[in-house]
Design a protein around this ligand. Structure first.
Ligand SMILES: *Cc1c(COP(=O)(O)O)cnc(C)c1O
Length: 418
């Protein structure tokens, strides 16, 4: 057998909080004006109380509300698949498993937190959400989730993607969200995730019926994603497999990585590997410091690896990995050497993504291609040494709305910068 599913009633009923397992206790975010530690009241204009509590929680487990589980069951538990055809093509003794998060309604892991965030906002009486989106994955996930709870949604989409990648904009609108290009006040600027966050936060703080939702980076977002790793752990046991030697995921803001990797943090023999683009090398070349989450400096200062909040990454195809900063939880694990990080250029990513498509059949999102490139290298290293390594990676999204990127690669138009 090479595919393990769990029945719908085996979906995890609590999220895993990594905070009690961190080698160093987390440092607090700082208020952008006073530079004093942020207090919950500072965040109240942006987020519902339940999410603020999760943001600062040190409880080891946090219950998932039944209403959230009911929606997640539309596609969860997601299957764990053994990539035997890829193993064979590589001639590796390694056993390669992936967790298929591409099966969610919006096609990526982001729907896991979108549903939880929409639920808590609706429960506390919010009727409208604002957010930003880069390539559109987060916007689509939140638009689907907002529709489940009758919330209005306004999405500030990075202008370059708004023009070049219409399909996710159309998906957002299909689920009922409104989309505008960002930055709103500079119509000639291609935009960045940092400036789109500024637009969405400004809109939110100006209205009492509105909250803001972020698709990555924050502790509560990574918490919601731990469903991925919890299910994977159970499915590996179901497959009669031991704990993986290495868990691999791409890292933009850190949410799908945290989601699959955090439940393995207490397992000391398991290596955790973040994969980022060489053109936006936050963990591998950034500095560990307090920095803003957005370009305009409206968000709290967070302790994280950062390339600087005014860094505008080159326009690579893995749009979801173009962010100047990283999750404080992921950053802290990398700083304490509990997690490793590597960076790959675009060409190598597409080469691996295409090998995966031709062997396993699935066409991955370019973001996901980063994890596949690192998986291939780990598997080839195992071939050198003859080690029966167990590799688990996160198949965080499909690439059906990214086919133009494959066209660019195949026809030699890939930006050398990446
Ligand atoms: C958004 C996205 C990412 C990057 O975000 P993380 O928060 O780092 O997970 C990676 N892969 C896919 C498919 C995405 O949609």
């Amino acid at each position: 057998m090479s595919r393990w599913t769990l029945p719908p009633d085996r979906i995890p009923s609590a999220w895993f909080n990594v905070v009690p397992h961190l080698p160093t206790p987390p440092q607090p975010p700082l208020h952008p004006g006073t530079r004093e530690p942020v207090v919950p009241e500072d965040l109240a204009p942006l987020f519902p109380t339940a999410l603020i509590e999760q943001e600062v929680s040190a409880e080891p487990w946090i219950d998932v509300p039944g209403e959230v589980l009911d929606i997640l069951r539309l596609w969860r538990p997601t299957p764990l698949v053994r990539a035997t055809r890829l193993e064979k093509a590589l001639g590796t003794p390694a056993r390669i498993y992936f967790k298929d998060e591409s099966l969610s309604p919006s096609g990526s892991h982001k729907t896991n937190t979108a549903v939880a965030q929409a639920f808590y906002n609706a429960r506390e009486g919010t009727t409208r959400l604002t957010t930003e989106t880069g390539a559109g994955q987060w916007g689509t996930a939140l638009s689907f989730a907002a529709a489940q709870f009758d919330l209005d949604l306004k999405v500030y989409m990075v202008r370059a993607s708004y023009g070049q990648k219409p399909y996710r904009r159309i998906a957002i609108e299909t689920w009922g969200g409104e989309v505008v290009p960002s930055p709103v006040d500079e119509p000639d600027h291609p935009g960045s995730l940092g400036s789109a966050i500024s637009d969405a936060v400004r809109d939110c703080v100006g209205r009492s019926d509105t909250h803001y939702a972020l698709g990555s980076v924050l502790n509560h977002v990574l918490l919601h994603q731990t469903m991925i790793g919890l299910e994977a752990k159970e499915q590996l046991a179901l497959a009669g497999e031991r704990l993986p030697d290495v868990v691999i995921a791409p890292c933009g803001g850190g949410s799908n990585l945290g989601g699959i990797a955090f439940p393995f943090v207490p397992d000391s023999g398991v290596r955790l590997l973040a994969v980022e683009p060489l053109s936006c090398p936050t963990l591998t070349q950034g500095r560990y410091d307090y920095d803003f989450g957005d370009t305009a400096g409206l968000t709290p200062l967070m302790p994280m690896y950062t390339l600087g909040h005014d860094f505008v990454p080159p326009s690579i195809h893995a749009g979801g990995l173009r962010y100047h900063g990283d999750s404080p939880l992921v950053s802290s694990l990398v700083k304490d050497e509990r997690m490793e990080a590597v960076a790959y250029p675009q060409g190598k990513v597409f080469e691996a993504a295409i090998q995966f498509a031709r062997t396993e059949g699935k066409i991955p999102a370019p973001e996901c291609g980063h994890a596949i490139a690192a998986t291939v290298d780990e598997a080839l290293a195992a071939k050198e040494t003859g080690e029966e390594k167990v590799i688990l990676f996160n198949y965080c999204g499909h690439g059906f709305l990214d086919l133009a990127a494959y066209d660019d690669y195949t026809n030699g138009r890939l930006d050398e910068m990446g």
